[in-house]
Design a protein around this ligand. Structure first.
Ligand SMILES: [Zn+2]
Length: 273
């Protein structure tokens, strides 16, 4: 699933191509109807037609297209979604669910193998993302905030990191990477993490997100940037999907276990409970 670095890469790619442009036409293809959450597909197509894009924001894993009528087009890519800028005559991909024609003759293609992606058209973006807390790269995400969310929780550190109300934008890849960087076992009970380790974990979250962003994200499976290319970070991860391979820090074999309902990768020797 695209996480913060991937969605931010798309935002940066699309901003110069989209801001100031107008939506000439939107077509949600047969089979892609589930995209449209706030309106039936034909209504949503009609409401978006003719709208200008004023800015593109991001909150966690949500892309926020601010439109010239004051509404926000909130896009979530979920498991396998991508949104790619392409020429009008580029052939549709196998999993193209929608096509947006722009007033300059270019297009955006929304591709989504699993069809969990969503579009909301709303007055207040918060309506579309009711559980979203501070974005992990925002100033509101501080060590003190993280500590306050770990405190008293009878769950794992991994589960807290995955909680979008705690640090929006962190998902399975970067939660595992952050725990490795901070030398914390992801199975550690959250309430056992004190200020020193919370600070280390906070710094580790920022470190892994920024490193991936510099690499334009990770393409373990379907992720593509706003121009259709893969990210580069998946070959530089420390633990994610490296089970059985040696830990870069201590040489022990990376383990995979189920934590917080997700496949979780960690070093059993140098990541401490
Ligand atoms: Zn290790």
């Amino acid at each position: 699933m695209p996480e913060l670095p991937e969605v931010e890469t798309i935002r940066r790619d699309l901003t110069p191509l989209l801001v100031g442009r107008r939506v000439a036409r939107v077509r949600i293809h047969a089979g892609g109807e589930r995209l449209a959450v706030t309106d039936p597909p034909r209504t949503l197509e009609r409401r978006l037609q003719g709208r200008g894009v004023v800015a593109i924001g991001r909150q966690g894993k949500y892309l926020l297209l601010r439109l010239d009528d004051g509404l926000t087009w909130v896009i979530h890519l979920r498991m396998t979604g991508s949104i790619v800028h392409a020429l009008a005559d580029a052939p549709p991909g196998r999993f193209e669910r929608a096509r947006i024609d722009l007033d300059d003759g270019a297009t955006l293609r929304f591709n989504d193998l699993r069809k969990f992606g969503t579009w909301h058209l709303v007055e207040d973006a918060a309506e579309a993302m009711p559980h979203s807390g501070p974005d992990a790269l925002s100033e509101a995400f501080t060590p003190e905030w993280l500590l306050s969310r770990l405190r008293g929780r009878q769950t794992s550190v991994k589960a807290v990191l995955l909680d979008q109300s705690v640090c929006a934008g962190v998902g399975n890849i970067y939660a595992d990477e952050a725990c490795w960087i901070a030398s914390i076992d992801p199975r550690t009970e959250a309430s056992r993490v004190g200020l020193t380790r919370a600070k280390r974990l906070h710094a580790a979250v920022l470190e892994t997100l920024r490193a991936s962003l510099a690499d334009r994200g990770s393409s373990f499976s379907d992720y593509r940037d706003g121009l259709g290319a893969e990210g580069l970070h998946h070959v530089r991860v420390h633990v994610f999907r490296r089970e059985g391979q040696p830990c870069e820090r201590c040489g022990a074999a990376i383990l995979k276990a189920r934590v917080a309902g997700r496949g979780t990768h960690f070093c059993p020797r140098c990541q401490r409970k």
